[in-house]
Design a protein around this ligand. Structure first.
Ligand SMILES: Cc1cc2nc3c(=O)[nH]c(=O)nc-3n(C[C@H](O)[C@H](O)[C@H](O)COP(=O)(O)O)c2cc1C
Length: 190
């Protein structure tokens, strides 16, 4: 987890939030995977947090199957990280604090978007206007259908370019239960 945080720190300065972009894959009821990009908003030794609409396709899939895979790729750093693990919802207090830090229009957008539902542009504009008027100049509370997931990893894989395509590849797997839990490290052929 220290190495994961170190590499994420190294990517922090990349333009257009590239360092925070990760492909998140979930599994649907039918056993089929689906992927999309989300932004990691917080990370530490307990895991990686992203925020989303809790009625979205990804959130509905996570309700039924709380396991995900994440993939970061930073071309300018010649690095990739793969993460696998289980998700848990972040606390209301943590989600409230993050929501309060977002720009006002993003807060309104969170209320206006019925993420992943069939939409028309007109309906989205109408909903933005409605919630803009509704909240006036007062604070915008976090919608009850919007929150964060923490990915708690049990598998990490680091990849970095080396000469002659003999790339560096190292994985860490968490095994055991409770106090017995431990990470084992393994180099892999590239
Ligand atoms: C660069 C980038 C960053 C994104 N960040 C987020 C995010 O942090 N949270 C989110 O819900 N969607 C984010 N999206 C949109 C998702 O990729 C996706 O379209 C949306 O969450 C709906 O996915 P779903 O229908 O599978 O739930 C981002 C898209 C891009 C291209």
């Amino acid at each position: 987890m220290e190495q994961l945080c170190r590499w994420l720190e190294d990517a922090k300065g990349l333009p257009e939030e590239e360092g925070a972009r990760m492909v998140l894959s979930t599994v649907g009821e039918n056993g089929r995977p689906s992927s999309r990009v989300v932004l990691v908003k917080n990370y530490d030794s307990s895991g990686l947090v992203f925020y989303t609409n809790l009625r979205s396709r990804k959130a509905r899939e996570l309700d039924l199957q709380p396991y995900v895979s994440l993939c970061f790729h930073w071309s300018s750093l010649n690095r990739q990280i793969r993460v696998e693990g289980r998700v848990e919802l972040v606390s209301d207090a943590e989600a409230d604090a993050y929501f309060a830090s977002r720009p006002r229009m993003s807060q309104i957008g969170a209320w206006a978007s019925k993420q992943s539902s069939p939409a028309s542009e007109l309906e989205l504009e109408k909903r933005v206007a409605y919630f803009t008027a509704k909240f006036g100049s007062g604070p915008v509370p976090r919608p009850p259908f919007w929150g964060g997931f923490r990915v708690v990893p049990d598998y990490l894989e680091f990849w970095e370019v080396r000469k002659f395509r003999l790339h560096f590849r190292e994985c860490f797997r968490l095994t055991g239960e409770g106090w017995e839990k431990q990470w084992t490290k393994q180099r892999l052929f590239p």
